[in-house]
Ligand binder design. Structure first.
Ligand code: HGY
Ligand code: MN
Ligand code: MN
Ligand code: MN
Length: 405
């Protein structure tokens, strides 16, 4: 099966020798190596290769102009020190599943597409799913042009440096109109399949989730000479808000994470003037998420006031709940259960995906592959080889069921 050779080729790209984690940020050289790998796979298979206006890559078997293509794929970029599977498993499995169908002598009745969506993790510019959001028209070119990374490099400059025209970006309804169904295979980012003893699962929904920036503004001063009573230290308001977030999430059965912080002037011997913290919060339903975030913001304002510091809260991104297409979900369950008669587990997820962005415009489904660690966005993320192979065969069965006679 071609999965192993492709996996071995891709594995070293952007990998840290120290941690084993990945740093494949959008429009960086590592991202460029991944893109070159994708294009090579497409050309090696005689597929029609396209790089679209938003930096997403497509490989087509057949002419998708008819509008009923079955598309599969995922993303190749990563979070800082990310795992090997989140994204790449879906892209490598897509090519391997197509190879499997060709080996089976499958007769294609519909075009099949493979996609690598650009900048899914948002690790560099702070917004997830940039490639799919631009394509879906959920992100305007003006909004995208304002995205800036931690070094002050804007998205347009980064795109230009990678040889892509930033003025070409924008909604691409014609491209979406080509897609009759999109199926994303992804490593599970949890342990539900490990606990149920299944190799493969089908997604039911993606939790509503968002990112909020909390700016605590105090008074910079000398760490050695300023009495405690004279301080307006924003770090205290931030620290107490992190604990309040954990409390609010636990009470609501949701999740809330302050995983990223920026401090100014960021000196060991300087009381900060500004502490900027980013909250990622997710819940099974909108009402719960609203309750959690409202509770966190209320606590943050109280703590800020208690320490004489200012607070601004900005919602930077938000993705409403995604209920995947029921008919397509049930078709996947029928296809995958037809030989064994077994029910394939259907599970929700708190992780965002390009499939979540597309689902508002295209019938969309997701397949999950067992991750015995349940860990993701970390070098510890894992999927066993036989489960990866099971994922490829399941994806091949799904593509055969949807696109072949
Ligand atoms: O953040 C997420 O859930 C996704 O992995 N980008
Ligand atoms: Mn991810
Ligand atoms: Mn992912
Ligand atoms: Mn994703």
């Amino acid at each position: 099966m071609s999965f192993h050779s492709m996996w071995a080729e891709l594995l070293p790209v952007g990998r840290s020798s120290a941690s084993g984690g990945y740093r494949r940020f959008a429009w960086t050289p590592a991202d460029g190596e991944c893109r070159a790998w994708f294009e090579q796979q497409a050309r090696d298979r005689g597929l029609a290769y396209e790089l679209d206006r938003n930096g997403n890559q497509w490989a087509w078997l057949g002419d998708p102009a008819g509008g009923d293509a079955v598309v599969t794929g995922s993303h190749l970029d990563s979070v800082p020190d990310g795992g090997a599977f989140d994204g790449p498993l879906g892209v490598v499995s897509a090519f391997a599943a197509l190879d499997e169908l060709r080996d089976r002598g499958a007769q294609f009745a519909r075009p099949v597409g493979i996609v690598n969506f650009g900048d899914e993790e948002g690790a560099r510019f702070g917004l997830a799913c940039v490639g799919s959001r631009l394509t879906a028209g959920e992100l305007t070119p003006a909004q995208a042009h304002r995205l800036t990374d931690g070094d002050g490099v804007t998205l347009p400059r980064a795109m230009e440096a990678a040889g892509h025209d930033p003025d070409a970006i924008g909604a691409d309804p014609e491209r979406l109109a080509r897609i009759g169904a999109f199926v994303e295979l992804h490593v599970e980012q949890g342990r539900a399949l490990d606990l149920s003893g299944d190799r493969i699962g089908i997604a039911s929904a993606i939790w509503p989730h968002g990112r909020w920036r909390f700016d605590f503004r105090g008074a910079a001063n000398h760490a050695g000479t300023t009495r405690l009573t004279d301080r307006r230290d924003p770090m205290l308001g931030y620290a107490e808000t992190v604990l309040a977030a954990r409390r609010e999430a636990r009470l609501a059965g949701a999740v809330a994470t302050f995983g990223k912080i920026a401090v100014e002037p960021n000196g060991v011997n300087a009381i900060p003037s500004l502490v900027r913290g980013w909250l990622d919060s997710r819940a099974a339903d909108q009402e719960t998420l609203d309750t959690v975030v409202t509770g966190i913001e209320k606590a943050a304002r109280e703590h800020a006031a208690a320490h004489g510091v200012g607070l601004d809260v900005v919602r930077e991104s938000f993705t409403p709940v995604v209920e995947f297409d029921h008919a397509l979900r049930d078709e996947l369950a029928r296809i995958l259960g037809k030989d064994t008669g077994l029910r394939v587990p259907v599970l929700g997820t708190g992780a965002g995906h390009d499939a979540g962005i597309l689902s508002a415009r295209v019938p969309t489904a997701m397949l999950f592959v067992r991750n015995p660690t349940g860990v993701s966005h970390s070098p510890a993320e894992f999927a066993a080889e036989d489960d990866c192979v099971a994922g490829v065969l399941a994806l091949a069965d799904v593509l055969e069921g949807l696109a072949c006679t």
